[in-house]
Design a protein around this ligand. Sequence first.
Ligand SMILES: *[C@@H]1O[C@H](CO)[C@@H](O)[C@H](O)[C@H]1NC(C)=O
Ligand SMILES: *[C@@H]1O[C@H](CO)[C@@H](O)[C@H](O)[C@H]1NC(C)=O
Ligand SMILES: *[C@@H]1O[C@H](CO)[C@@H](O)[C@H](O)[C@H]1NC(C)=O
Ligand SMILES: *[C@@H]1O[C@H](CO)[C@@H](O)[C@H](O)[C@H]1NC(C)=O
Ligand SMILES: *[C@@H]1O[C@H](CO)[C@@H](O)[C@H](O)[C@H]1NC(C)=O
Ligand SMILES: *[C@@H]1O[C@H](CO)[C@@H](O)[C@H](O)[C@H]1NC(C)=O
Ligand SMILES: *[C@@H]1O[C@H](CO)[C@@H](O)[C@H](O)[C@H]1NC(C)=O
Ligand SMILES: *[C@@H]1O[C@H](CO)[C@@H](O)[C@H](O)[C@H]1NC(C)=O
Ligand SMILES: *[C@@H]1O[C@H](CO)[C@@H](O)[C@H](O)[C@H]1NC(C)=O
Length: 892
Amino acid sequence: MKIAPFGLKSKITLVFTLLFCFFQVCSSTILAIDYGTGFSKNSIIGPRTPLDVVLSQDSKRKDVSGIMIRPHVKDDIERGYGSNLLNFQLRFPHYVNIGLKRLLTDVSTYQSINPGVIIEDEDIIIKGKDFEVKYTFQELMAMDFNHIIHNANQQFGADKNKVAISGVNLGIDDLVLSVPRYFNQSQRMKLNDIVEISDFKQNLGFVDDNLATGISYIAKNHVKLENDTEDHFIVYDLGQGSLKVSLLTTLKNSSAILNKDEIVALNLELNGYGFNDHLGGDVFTLELRDLMMNKFLDKNTKYKKSTLLNNAKFLNKLTQSAEKCKLVLSANNEYKIFIESLIDDVDFKTSITRQEFENLIMSKYTEALIKPLDDALKSTTLFNRTDISLQNISSIILTGGSTRVPFVQQALVDYLGDDYYTLLSKSVNSDESVSSGLAIRGVKLENTFKFKQNINIIDKAINNYTVVENQSDFNLPIFAFGDVINDNKKVNFSLSEGQQNFSISLHENDQALKNYKIMFGNLKKCKTIDSNSSLELSFSINKSGIFSINKAHMICNQTSERVYDVEIDKYFIEPPMTGAELKKSQRVIKQLNEKDQQKVIIAEAMNLFESKLYESRSLLEGYESNTDIPKDLIEQLEAKINEHLEWLDYESDGCTLKEIEDKHMDISDKIRHINHYELSLKTPLDLSEFNGMVEALNSWLDDQDNVFEEQLNAVHERSEKFASLNITGTAWETFMNTPLTTRLITQNSTYYKMKSEIRDEFLPKLLNLLKDFENMDRIEKFNIKLEYMDLIENLEEMNRFLSDLFKYRLRYLDTVIVKKERQLLREYEKAKMEKVKELGLKDKNGNSVEDMMEKAHKRAEERERLEEEEFMKNTDGYDKENTEEEIELDEL
Ligand SMILES: *[C@@H]1O[C@H](CO)[C@@H](O)[C@H](O)[C@H]1NC(C)=O
Ligand SMILES: *[C@@H]1O[C@H](CO)[C@@H](O)[C@H](O)[C@H]1NC(C)=O
Ligand SMILES: *[C@@H]1O[C@H](CO)[C@@H](O)[C@H](O)[C@H]1NC(C)=O
Ligand SMILES: *[C@@H]1O[C@H](CO)[C@@H](O)[C@H](O)[C@H]1NC(C)=O
Ligand SMILES: *[C@@H]1O[C@H](CO)[C@@H](O)[C@H](O)[C@H]1NC(C)=O
Ligand SMILES: *[C@@H]1O[C@H](CO)[C@@H](O)[C@H](O)[C@H]1NC(C)=O
Ligand SMILES: *[C@@H]1O[C@H](CO)[C@@H](O)[C@H](O)[C@H]1NC(C)=O
Ligand SMILES: *[C@@H]1O[C@H](CO)[C@@H](O)[C@H](O)[C@H]1NC(C)=O
Ligand SMILES: *[C@@H]1O[C@H](CO)[C@@H](O)[C@H](O)[C@H]1NC(C)=O
């Protein structure tokens, strides 16, 4: 019995677009990452984006997982991602890391697949000639996550142009990540750290990949559900690195109360699990690689296997060819291999048949392929579901690229036998089922908008989680295999009289994880611990699947007091990154991102500059035909254009943004100069025009003095009153010392600069020109006129400033006066009130006059306070932050 290979095309997007979706609140977009060993498959879902696939840079629906880091000019590095990695790996084996996820499960396979990579402890060293950098594997994987965020932003971001230029994350903040149920605490803590140092704001949760497949399966209505009748199916997922089998039960709950817009409530429950964390596509590829290597050795006897195993380029070529061979043999009976210059210019030509491949793996792996399925069925007992066996299964969903290998399907068919082989189902898109299921789960976890079906997940532990109280060796179960992973489990521990602290260790399948120390020193209510006191600990398995103590309460004398001094004082396994380490890695990644952004900006500037140069070249032709333009101006421009073009071609590598901008400016200035000359040909530029300029500027300078006079008068009018109020200083001093806004201060300095420029530089130059007007060059005259025009433009602005400043200061002066007057009035009223109090006066309605006056008084004070605040808000001394913001707005 044979099963046809799967079709690759999927209708999933369409289906979901139709099903999707009603939102209550606008929220951020969710990115679902199915980060596989070989490929990442990513989906996005959000209020503005119906469920959709995030495409790779080359528009593929999946992306190669990994990263390339290689030297770039000037101690800089360049990072690369995606399908380019495969090409790079052939040429630079030591720069490329493919399938980083293997470092969480199987370091030795990682090294077989990346023979050029140097790993030291957990760090990955990237070495070249005169070049060495070191990153932790967590950092590299976070960078790959950021690359996925970047792709998603480019495809779906609010402002695609902005994303392209700045490379920033514009709102894809929430992550759901697929993590197989079998991942242990060390693996989960590492993944947690990776998410922490990547660009996500929030980790919605780690979701088991088979559950995600189950979600897609039921969301697509693949299974016909009757009300309140269970349906059981199996997900058999053979990926590049591992095999996972889950038995899932789904139920349509007809009595569930649906929220508005929901059409159905479904339960999805884990009731069986089996896995093999070393069996996957990698194993087949490496077997094929070995076969190919042996064939090569047979033909080329001068090579030794041990030498070849140390040649990374050779191995990479062979691995990629083996991977291809595996794929081709899924659909064909033979693969003809030809690798040019496999090593030392020796070509390699051979062929491998499917039969050969199967002979190689059949006897070795058949059992391993079946065992997890068998385990999943048998483990139903541990989930207290002895009533489920193969005969109750409605389908076995094959997913993961390696289930396309015919031998794998054959092994399953043989195991299931004539009665059950028809259960094997290819109705789910192998590649995308996990990431779309994840996205749907993400919607529920994020809980701000809704998917049409309300799918409740009943996930269960497949490990035992226990605790051991110190000095005892009694293993107390907290969550057992098969337990629903729910929020909290509370356990009471009795204490002995006078106990000061409590020490307890947490275990996963008898592997000690970490020790908690809980100290009682700071308790307020439960100061004395007696034999009736007890400690209540609540344990949880959190959204990342990490087992820990959530909260501690001391129960004493019928009350309960929260204990805050709870700390992990020891890890028995490799600890997670410390706060300082997380910060350091975040910084390392941020700096690289900033450098990359800078590179994008420079490339953009370079493009603009280049097109400016070509544009200038075509302008040149126009200038050359205009005989009135001096030849040397044109020649200068032409020489500059050629010089810059040459620079772009040969010398611009590693240049700064400023260099490009300066050169750009230089060309723009030269062109403007010629344009102005052309313009100058059309204006009279005669003596009367220049005399007019002198006159206008002189009259402006005179005006400045008049304004000063006017201000002096205005202040003078107030000075008598000012003095009579006994305010410190004179009115003029107060006027001049008005606290100013940052903006006015800046304008003030511009004003004085401009004034002295006109008086001390420009006017003398203008007068000089007039002395010898007839002999001056036309272009010189024109330049002076241009300068004048610029000045005049600014003068208007300066006049406005002067009047603003005047009004502002006068308002301040008036405020000071009014304030003082009010203060005096208040003092007077206070005195009056003292009198009223003494007399106990009442008005004709019987209200105490004292109260009424007090109220009026308070109102006046409040009004005054508000007025003062309002004024101070606009001045410099009030609130630095506000004023800085104002400047930014002004500049925009
Ligand atoms: C977790 O799994 C990894 C990979 O199988 C293994 O190397 C590690 O020792 C395990 N850690 C614990 C604490 O069980
Ligand atoms: C299933 O339950 C729903 C909701 O209670 C009800 O509307 C529907 O008629 C039921 N279907 C059948 C076939 O009983
Ligand atoms: C069905 O929904 C009702 C109402 O929410 C709930 O009480 C009941 O436990 C659910 N049944 C199952 C099997 O989940
Ligand atoms: C499984 O199938 C057997 C045999 O048909 C049946 O007796 C049993 O009730 C089924 N179990 C479930 C959970 O439906
Ligand atoms: C299974 O049933 C037994 C006996 O009723 C119970 O002690 C145990 O906690 C149950 N296990 C699960 C996983 O529900
Ligand atoms: C979990 O505990 C049960 C009961 O003690 C035991 O039978 C089982 O082997 C344990 N499972 C693991 C994975 O340690
Ligand atoms: C318990 O409460 C009673 C009444 O408030 C108090 O007298 C007694 O000292 C308390 N005991 C302890 C151990 O705190
Ligand atoms: C100002 O001070 C002088 C001398 O101390 C005093 O005579 C006069 O009353 C004061 N004026 C006011 C309005 O307080
Ligand atoms: C305005 O600028 C002039 C010249 O720089 C300076 O003397 C003066 O103190 C400034 N005034 C204010 C209020 O900043």
